[in-house]
Design a binder for this molecule. Structure first.
Ligand code: G4P
Length: 204
């Protein structure tokens, strides 16, 4: 049966860009604060529109599971999964290795936060037949998204796509994921940050 994601055309890219311009704060030339609708307080209506937009983009990909990384990916991922009518699975950040054989794990180092953790996926919630859509809030250096993709591949499943809310296009994550051959769709692509400056890539 054909998947219907949105009844009316919603320009989510525009919605998200407008919201970033209205409420986002460039803390430096590399960090964008969006606590008011994404990272601390969450706007459910915006997340629902974002989920529908991801659904519209990926509806023909045969997605069977949406995966995200705790914590800020969860809200947009759950709406995406609902729109695609598939389960959503949360990748957990553990501080150390779990040695009981029930999980897949891979080490992630965050350059933005200067931390590292074991990204963890239970074997119960993935199978080798899965076609997975990975959703995350920010794409900076691509470490988290690459790690999520590694876990999917460790399970023998397929990474069918990667959906990002806010891509910082001036950092190397997008190039890294493109070069690895992943289909990446970012709803807002930030080309430049600075004091009082937030700019987006123009659509080609
Ligand atoms: P990478 O995965 O693309 O390499 O990114 P990186 O490790 O550098 O980012 C680590 C954390 O910092 C992630 O959140 C990511 O969402 C967040 N982050 C990166 N750049 C920005 C930014 O410009 N603004 C904001 N607000 N966050 C940014 P996390 O640790 O997974 O936190 P959370 O999901 O629990 O909120």
């Amino acid at each position: 049966m054909a998947i219907v994601c949105i009844e009316f055309e919603v320009k989510t890219v525009k919605l998200l860009e407008d919201r970033i311009l209205a409420e986002g704060k460039a803390l430096s030339d590399s960090v964008l604060k969006v606590d008011g609708f994404l990272n601390h307080q969450v706007d459910p209506d915006l997340m629902e529109a974002i989920g529908k937009d991801f659904c519209e983009h990926f509806k023909s990909f045969g997605i069977t599971r949406v995966l995200t990384i705790e914590s800020s990916g969860i809200a947009p991922a759950v709406y995406t999964a609902q729109a695609l009518n598939v389960p959503m699975v949360i990748l957990k950040k553990q501080t150390s290795k779990i040695l009981n054989g029930q999980v897949f794990q891979t080490n992630i180092t965050s350059f933005t936060k200067g931390t590292s953790y074991e990204l963890t996926l239970s074997r119960d919630y993935i199978s080798k037949d899965d076609k997975v859509l990975i959703i995350d809030d920010f794409l900076a250096n691509g470490e988290a998204a690459s790690g999520a993709a590694r876990l999917v591949q460790m399970a023998g499943a397929e990474v069918s796509g990667i959906g990002i809310l806010i891509e910082k296009s001036f950092q190397n994550g997008r190039t890294k994921l493109d070069d690895a051959g992943f289909h990446v769709y970012s709803q807002a692509r930030v080309s430049r940050l600075g004091e009082g400056i937030i700019e987006f890539l123009k659509e080609a």
